[in-house]
Write a protein that binds this ligand. Structure first.
Ligand code: V47
Length: 392
């Protein structure tokens, strides 16, 4: 009797689920039909490529609900319900920098800054290995007083001690700087670092790939062409990388779309980008503090995530909601706006914290809880998005 009842209840629950799913699909369609971006949605459904003009319309639309519905649908098709994270730690080997970017609160001059010795770096690595981390994110600043051999020794000694660790190190801007001051081509720099143990490049330094804006924001470092060239060279050498975009400072909405299309163009050629990571500008303690008084709002953050998914999905599968920037709560919402990855434990992040980001380090059980609470399946990944463990 109990079995019969249980079966009947299960069937009824299934039916109700189906009805509510159909209902929510119908509701979504109703919302989309009234939206100013419905034509773009139809293009996506017909498998058509989106143009820059479509991108401008998406980023200028204030219909955040429709953007979310479209981005979430696309995310579901490409990634299913799995949300990935990595156990990682950051190491900032120096903060002494000649670039002095206006959006940065991390850099210092020679008198007030630091450079870690290789021994100090190894100590940090030892500590984090005990916590089970699989990825090191090592970046610094443009410090002309370091010998190239320092970078090689750092990588070699980490890999000698922990051959299994994945090292994602040196932004394209650092590689460009090394090439200039040590008088080597991008290829030579990257080959030597790869031989020493470099596995991946992070996506930093892209800021906004527009040289007029770069003249204002960061005139003393790699141009947008140079950033793209370093990435292309890395991809050709088999070094996969990420791509970032810094938004919410002095750029216009169109700049964000042009930036995304530059990333798409390179990805079509090399297929070397693993993930796209939008970074919302934190003005505190930066030179732009008087010009940009407020942090980007939550609606704008969600819009950028959604538009990134909509435009990039065919080319880069992983759209990251970087919890350090967004905060834990908005990161959960971003998982419903097209994101499928939330970075990781991020032990000892310094760049964003210098500029006012508040959240520090997230243990694995909290990452898992956040993802599950958002209705998704947490999956621990390697740096190159191979699955280590599903927490279903
Ligand atoms: O290039 C600097 C940004 C980037 C501020 O590849 C700022 O896995 C906001 O690239 N407010 C460096 N943003 C960080 C980075 C990164 C982070 C996490 C993961 C990966 C990855 C890469 O941070 C810089 C710049 O665009 N940034 N200052 C600021 N005040």
């Amino acid at each position: 009797m109990n079995n019969i009842l249980n079966n009947a209840m299960r069937k009824q629950a299934k039916l109700l689920n189906k009805i509510s799913l159909n209902h929510s699909i119908m509701l979504s369609l109703e919302v989309l039909k009234d939206s100013d971006i419905f034509d773009i949605y139809k293009k996506i459904e017909n498998g058509e490529n989106l143009t820059k003009k479509d991108g401008y319309a998406l980023i200028k639309s204030s219909d955040i609900i429709s953007l979310g519905i479209i981005a979430d649908k696309i995310r579901e098709r490409s990634c299913g319900d799995e949300v990935t994270f990595v156990l990682n730690r950051h190491i900032n080997y120096t903060n002494i920098c000649t670039s002095r970017c206006k959006f940065c609160a991390f850099y210092k001059d020679k008198e007030n800054g630091y450079t870690l010795s290789v021994e100090e770096i190894l100590k940090k690595v030892d500590e984090s290995i005990k916590l089970g981390i699989t990825e090191l994110h090592i970046v610094g600043a443009l410090n002309p007083d370091i010998e190239f051999e320092y970078y090689e020794e750092m990588l070699k000694r980490i890999k000698e001690r922990y051959p299994q660790i994945q090292i994602k190190a040196f932004s394209a801007v650092e590689i460009d700087f090394f090439s200039k001051i040590y008088n080597m081509s991008y290829r030579e720099v990257l080959e030597r670092l790869k031989d020493a143990g470099l596995d991946f490049l992070p996506g930093g330094g892209a800021e906004i790939l527009d040289d007029e804006l770069r003249k204002e924001l960061c005139p003393n470092k790699a141009s947008s062409k140079a950033w793209l060239k370093v990435m292309e060279t890395a991809h050709k050498l088999g070094i996969k990388t990420n791509a970032t975009m810094l938004y919410g400072h002095i750029e216009k909405p169109e700049h964000r779309i042009d930036h995304i299309f530059k990333i798409i163009e390179l990805q079509k050629k090399t297929k070397g980008f693993l993930a796209f990571i939008p970074l919302s500008f934190h003005p505190k303690n930066t030179e732009l503090e008087d010009v940009v008084k407020y942090e980007v709002g939550g609606v704008e953050d969600l819009k950028v995530i959604a538009v990134s998914r909509i435009l990039l999905d065919r080319y880069i599968k992983n759209i990251r909601a970087y919890w350090v920037m967004l905060g834990k709560k908005l990161t959960q919402v971003a998982l419903h706006y097209g994101a499928n990855d939330i970075d990781g434990t991020v032990i000892e992040e310094n760049v964003f914290h210098s500029a006012g980001a508040k959240e520090r380090f997230m243990p694995m059980d909290e990452l898992i809880r956040l993802i599950k609470e958002a209705g998704r399946i947490p999956v621990q990944r390697t740096t190159d998005y191979k699955i280590i463990r599903r927490f279903s």
